[in-house]
Design a protein around this ligand. Structure first.
Ligand code: CA
Length: 224
């Protein structure tokens, strides 16, 4: 079957990694350390990290926003792809998780490109908007509380330049978005509403990439 996306079983997934993943030893160690945490499932997959690094390079992005940093694997992927004078505003609430992140950013030599803000992301993004940063950013990655997705998206869209891209994580939500028996889960409902909204949002070009747990890419159109 070639007219739909190929289903990935364990064996094929391993093959995909074998022939395409270029994860460094440092990235492997960060992933291994994160795997010891109870929240380990919040870590993006390595091929998704590599995909995001590729995207950031493709955009020649210099200024990135991250909503939801966790232990910093995604941040590191973006930081590797921006120039020395590039900048990432990384938003998270947890000092414990981001202390792990910072150790690896330091070791990778990209810590100076990353501006970590330990505060509610909506406040950090509002502060950027208030200081007149609208239209100044190239790339945003949203991977935080799912009920907050809609407002993070609106804030990031204002901050992005035309042609800039927002990547939104977990939009397939382990399949729950398409499972009619899931009716009372707030996160699932929030992601469904968000996906429906983006389908109709004329301000952006849209694609949902079935990598990791689903990564939606929205490119801001001219005049949006
Ligand atoms: Ca995620």
């Amino acid at each position: 079957m070639s007219s739909r996306t190929t289903a990935i079983n364990e064996k094929l997934y391993q093959y995909l990694l074998d022939v395409s993943l270029r994860e460094t030893e440092l990235q492997q160690r960060l992933r291994a350390e994160t795997a010891e945490l109870p929240e380990r499932n919040m870590q993006i997959s390595p091929e998704q990290g590599q995909f995001m690094e590729f995207l950031v390079r493709l955009l020649s992005a210099k200024r990135c926003i991250e909503v939801g940093t966790f232990t910093g694997y995604s941040t590191l992927s973006m930081a590797r792809a921006i120039p020395d004078d590039g900048r990432i505003i990384a938003c998270d609430l947890s000092r414990e998780w981001t202390d792990i992140a910072r150790r690896y950013w330091e070791e990778a030599g990209v810590a100076e490109r990353i501006d970590l803000r330990l505060a509610p992301a909506s406040e950090t993004l509002d502060a950027l908007l208030e200081q007149g940063d609208e239209g100044n950013w190239d790339f945003a990655f949203i991977d935080a509380d799912k009920t907050g997705y809609d407002s993070y998206y609106e804030q990031c869209l204002d901050l992005l330049r035309p042609g800039g891209v927002i990547a939104v994580d977990n939009t397939l939500w382990h399949g729950k978005v398409a499972d009619e028996t899931v009716t009372d889960d707030e996160d699932t409902q929030a992601i469904r509403r968000f996906n429906d909204k983006l389908r109709a949002d004329e301000r952006v070009d849209l694609t949902l990439v079935p990598i990791g747990d689903g990564l939606t890419l929205a490119r801001k159109r001219e005049g949006a």
